[in-house]
Design a binder for this molecule. Structure first.
Ligand code: ARG
Length: 467
C-alpha cells in the first residue's frame, strides 16, 4: 500500500454514500474550509433554527423533531461559545461540523434538518448574514469617525492653513474646511454601506442546490424570521452570485482609499518640516535608536491596510469572473478575503477615529504656512477684476508680475509697498491690502461649499442634523 491512509480512512459521513474510500490527505487539505468558515457558526445555527421551524410549520417535519433539532442546535451554540466544541477538518466546513454534532446529540432526527435545503443555499445565507452584520458595524464606525471630524471642524472653523494643489501652496483655506472634505468622503462611504445593505437584504435559504425544491416550504417565513426584507427571486442566482461580498469589498476599498489619503496627510503634517499637527502618544511610537523620533505608525499602517483590502477585492473579482452558473467550489475562496478586509477596515477606521480625536492642531504653524508661498495671489487678481475693472486674464498677468517682484525682494505680497504695487499697475490703491491677508482671503470665499468660516459652519450644521 502506497497510501497508508486509505485503509483507515472512511468516506465522508455526510455525503460519502457513493464513495468507496475517503479523500487523499491533500484533497482534504485543499477542500476543507472549517479553518476559516467556523466564523459563521452563529449565522449557521440561526439559519438552521429558522429553517427547521419553517419545516415544522409547513408539516414537512414533525414538531417533535423540530424541538429536538432546535434544542440540539442551541446546545451546539453554547458548546462553540464556551470553547468546548471540537472542529474536525474531515467534516470540511462549518455546516457539516454542526450537522454531525447534531446527529451525535439528538440521533436520527438530525438527519431531517437538511430537508429542502443544500449547503449551497446554506452557505449563501450564512455568509450574507455575516456580511450584513459587518456592514452594520461599518456604518456605526463611520458615524463615529464623522462625529470626530465634525468636532474638529467646529473647533477649527476659523483656523487658517494653506490649501494645496500638487502639494504646492495654492490658496488659504481653513482647517475646518479641510476636515469637512473628509466628512463628505466618509459620508459617501457610509451611503455606500447603506446601499449595500439594501441590495443584499434578501434571504437565500430555500433556493436549495440551485433549482428550488418540491417540498412545500415557505421562503417568506424564513426570510422574515432571519430579518430579511423578503426571499431572493431566482434560485440559480441565489446560489451562484457573490456580488453582496463584492459590494462589501468595493465599498471597503473606496473607504480604505479615503482613509489612506488621510493617513498620508497625517504623515506629512506631523513631520517637523510641516509641523501642522502633533499626534498623541497613544497613536505614535518611538524609535529604538533615535531618541528624538515620534513616528506616525498607526497612520502608516492604515495607509498600508489599503493594499490588503484592495487585494481582497481583486482576488474575489478574479475568482468570480470565469464561473459558469450556478455554484462552483471556487466560491469557497470568498470568505477569507472578506474576513481579512473586514478586520482591516474595522481597525483602520477605529485607529483613524482615535488619531483625529486626539491630535493637537498647531494653529500657529498652520497660519504661518498659510501666508507663505504667495497664497493670496488669486485674491490680488480678483481685486483687480472687481475694483480696477481688469479682465481676469490681465489681472492674472499683473499679479504674476507682483509675485515676481515680491520674490525678487524676498518678501510676501502684503509686504510690498503701495508704490511697488502701483509701479506694476497704476489703478492699485491702499484698499488692496485688505484682501492680501489670509484671514480676509478665507472670509471672502463665501460661495456655497466655499472655505469662508460661516459657510463651513453651515455645512457642519447640515451634517450634524444627519449624523
Ligand atoms: N464550504 C462550502 C463553501 O464555502 C459550502 C458549500 C459547499 N457546497 C458544495 N456543493 N460543495 O462554499
Amino acid at each position: 500500500m502506497t497510501d497508508g491512509n486509505s485503509e483507515t480512512k472512511s468516506s465522508n459521513q455526510m455525503w460519502g454514500g457513493r464513495f468507496a474510500s475517503g479523500p487523499d490527505a491533500i484533497m482534504e487539505e485543499i477542500n476543507a474550509s472549517i479553518g476559516f468558515d467556523k466564523k459563521l457558526y452563529a449565522q449557521d445555527i440561526r439559519g438552521s433554527i429558522a429553517h427547521a421551524t419553517m419545516l415544522a410549520h409547513q408539516g414537512i417535519i414533525s414538531a417533535e423533531d423540530k424541538d429536538k433539532i432546535v434544542h440540539g442546535l442551541n446546545t451546539i451554540l453554547s458548546e462553540i461559545e464556551s470553547g468546548q466544541f471540537e472542529f474536525s477538518r474531515r467534516l470540511e466546513d462549518i455546516h457539516m461540523n454542526i450537522e454531525a454534532r447534531l446527529a451525535t446529540l439528538i440521533g436520527p432526527s438530525a438527519g431531517r434538518l437538511h430537508t429542502a435545503r443544500s449547503r449551497n443555499d446554506q452557505v449563501a445565507l450564512d455568509f450574507r448574514l455575516w456580511v450584513k452584520e459587518e456592514l452594520q458595524k461599518t456604518e456605526k464606525a463611520l458615524t463615529a469617525l464623522i462625529a470626530a471630524f465634525l468636532d474638529r471642524a467646529e473647533e477649527h472653523a476659523d483656523t487658517v492653513m494653506p490649501g494645496f494643489t500638487h502639494l504646492q501652496t495654492a490658496q488659504p483655506v481653513t482647517f475646518g474646511h479641510h476636515c469637512m472634505a473628509y466628512v463628505e468622503m466618509f459620508g459617501r462611504d457610509r451611503s455606500r454601506v447603506r446601499h449595500a445593505i439594501e441590495h443584499m437584504d434578501e434571504s437565500p435559504i430555500g433556493a436549495a442546490a440551485l433549482a428550488g425544491t418540491g417540498f412545500p416550504i415557505d421562503r417568506h417565513m424564513t426570510a422574515k424570521a432571519l430579518g430579511f426584507a423578503g426571499p431572493t427571486r431566482n434560485s440559480i442566482d441565489t446560489v451562484s452570485d457573490r456580488d453582496f461580498a463584492l459590494e462589501f469589498l468595493s465599498m471597503a476599498s473606496i473607504a480604505a482609499t479615503h482613509l489612506s489619503r488621510l493617513a498620508e496627510e497625517i504623515v506629512i503634517w506631523s513631520t517637523p518640516q510641516f509641523g501642522f499637527i502633533r499626534l498623541s502618544d497613544a497613536f505614535s511610537t518611538g524609535s529604538s535608536i533615535m531618541p528624538q523620533k515620534k513616528n506616525p505608525d498607526a497612520a502608516e499602517l492604515v495607509r498600508a491596510k489599503t493594499g490588503r483590502i484592495n487585494g481582497s477585492l481583486i482576488a474575489l473579482l478574479t475568482v468570480m469572473k470565469g464561473l459558469p452558473l450556478a455554484y462552483s467550489k471556487d466560491m469557497q475562496e470568498d470568505k477569507e478575503q472578506v474576513f481579512d478586509a473586514a478586520e482591516s477596515l474595522e481597525l483602520a477606521i477605529a485607529a483613524m477615529t482615535g488619531m483625529v480625536r486626539d491630535m493637537t492642531v498647531r494653529t500657529d504653524r498652520m497660519k504661518a504656512a498659510a501666508g507663505s508661498g504667495y497664497s493670496t495671489a488669486t485674491d490680488l487678481a480678483d481685486w483687480l477684476v472687481r475694483e480696477a475693472g481688469l479682465p481676469f486674464r490681465d489681472a492674472h498677468h499683473v499679479t504674476g508680475r507682483a509675485v515676481a517682484l515680491a520674490e525678487q525682494k524676498a518678501c510676501d505680497l502684503a509686504d510690498l509697498s503701495l508704490a511697488d504695487l502701483r509701479s506694476i499697475h497704476p489703478d492699485i490703491t491702499e484698499k488692496v491690502f485688505d484682501v492680501l491677508t489670509v484671514e480676509a482671503s478665507v472670509a471672502s470665499r463665501t460661495s456655497f461649499g466655499g472655505t469662508a468660516p460661516n459657510e463651513v459652519r453651515k455645512q457642519i450644521a447640515w451634517w450634524r442634523a444627519r449624523n
